[in-house]
Design a protein around this ligand. Structure first.
Ligand code: AMP
Ligand code: GLY
Length: 423
């Protein structure tokens, strides 16, 4: 089967790497892709926002499946355009992608279906939001409603910080007519992510991971898209997974069906394991980046039939084989990230792939015959091992073997899990 993969990050490199191993795969295309993805797929210079152009390409090449990596094209309705044209697509409709695209939508769904989440209120103007914060006090969390590329959330330790975040939401970066914020209770506990492949009715559990969102060691510095991850998350026991499936994921799928927007695709639940049980922090409607890189290293099954089954609306007969290994990924980012960062620095050497280690490319480009950094998160160095410690040792050895002057990385990915392993 010929497949088109949409996206250009480390997540998509991992998906391309895994899809390319499928015995069922014919031609694999990627739009727009990156130099790492080009080792697995033929890159096509499609404008992903031009749905008619994507549909025309798929018809021309008789594409059997489109796999959409990032959230923006999903929220913009690319999956709808493809299914309307009779092209099979893995990824939710725009209506179902509201689970990521609108925090207010998701919070209301939680209320309606008794899904455990932080207490919250929605506001469409600053004065009311501020009055509420004066009443509730801090710590409190302020979230811009729509997609904000990871920048719309302020975990405010003080009232003052929360009030400033409200102003930023209504006049600043996310402002404009129709702006909305969610103000919610601050949750305490350990954070973990759980992934499911959904077919509209059913959710197939697809592993857990723990991301490291802050830029620097010991969880200091600004929030990022993720500086590293490992899988499976040690805090997610089988019992906890079952509880999250029962209390959070399954009622969500039921709610989405009842709302007339059944969810097909990857459902990524960001969770807080609180003393009162697991609570939903947020949903994403796609694989995590860099969590996907770790998941793909652990998945022994062929990915392609799983995505096809979800796209066709029936994952009930799919079984998954996972390696007993842990996997861990270390993100190498450009100096300055997540703020303004330097572009164009040369990556002179990448260590070769081994059965246990792969360097996924995220923000890279070709400049003549040189490989250069072109994004904030540049490489996702990923390894597997019998323990998180072994995976980390291998990943960091590969990081040391990268010859690139322009980068920085955290040196403590997986540290908490390693501590638990060694207790
Ligand atoms: P997001 O950009 O939605 O992924 O949120 C960024 C981070 O903010 C999450 O990973 C959490 O660490 C934190 N966060 C979001 N909501 C809450 C909450 N209600 N309580 C505590 N931390 C939160
Ligand atoms: N790593 C977090 C995310 O993909 O949203």
């Amino acid at each position: 089967m010929d497949v088109l993969l949409i996206g250009s990050g480390g997540r998509e490199h991992a998906l391309a790497w895994k899809l390319a191993k499928s015995p069922e795969i014919g031609a694999l295309y990627a739009a727009p892709g990156n130099p790492g993805i080009a080792e697995e797929a033929e890159l096509v210079p499609l404008d992903v926002a031009d749905h008619a152009a994507v549909v025309a390409f798929c018809r021309d090449k008789a594409i059997g499946l489109v796999v959409v990596g990032p959230e923006a094209p999903l929220v913009a309705g690319l999956a709808d355009a493809l299914s309307d044209a009779g092209i099979r697509v893995f990824g939710p409709s725009a209506a179902a992608a509201r689970l990521e695209g609108s925090k207010g939508f998701t919070k209301d769904l939680c209320t309606l279906h008794d899904i455990p989440t932080a207490r919250y209120r929605r506001f469409n103007n600053a004065p009311d939001a501020k009055a509420y914060i004066q009443e509730t006090g801090a710590p409190v969390v302020v979230k811009a409603d729509g997609l904000a590329a990871g920048k719309g959330v302020t975990v405010a330790a003080t009232k003052d910080e929360a009030l400033k975040a409200i102003d930023a939401c209504f006049d600043g970066d996310f402002g404009g007519p129709g702006a909305e914020v969610v103000v919610e209770e601050f949750l305490e506990g350990e954070e973990a992510s759980l992934f499911c492949i959904c077919d509209g009715e059913r959710a197939l559990f697809f592993g857990t991971a723990q991301d490291h969102k802050r830029a620097f060691d010991r969880d200091r510095g600004p929030n990022t898209g993720g500086m590293g991850a490992y899988s499976p998350a040690l805090c997610m026991s089988d019992q906890m997974v079952r509880r999250v499936m029962r209390e959070i994921v399954e009622p969500t799928l039921k709610g989405m069906r009842e709302a007339g927007s059944p969810f097909r695709g990857v459902l990524y639940a960001g969770l807080m394991l609180t003393e009162a049980g697991p609570k939903l922090i947020e949903y994403n409607v796609r694989f995590g980046d860099p969590e996907c890189q770790a998941l793909m290293m652990r998945l022994d099954s062929d990915l392609l039939p799983v995505l096809i089954a979800a796209a066709d609306g029936d994952v009930s007969t799919v079984t998954l084989d996972w390696s007993h290994d842990a996997a861990l990924t270390v993100v190498m980012a450009a100096q300055g990230y997540p703020g303004a960062y330097e572009q164009g620095t040369e990556i002179r050497h990448l260590p070769p792939q081994t059965p246990a280690t792969t360097v996924f490319q995220a923000g890279t480009a070709r400049s003549g015959d040189r490989l250069v950094a072109s994004g904030g998160r540049v490489l996702a160095v990923t390894a597997r091992g019998r323990s998180v410690r072994e995976a980390a040792r291998r990943a960091y050895a590969a990081v040391e073997a990268v010859d690139w002057d322009g980068g920085f990385w955290r040196s403590d990915i997986g540290h908490r899990a390693i501590m638990i392993e060694e207790r």
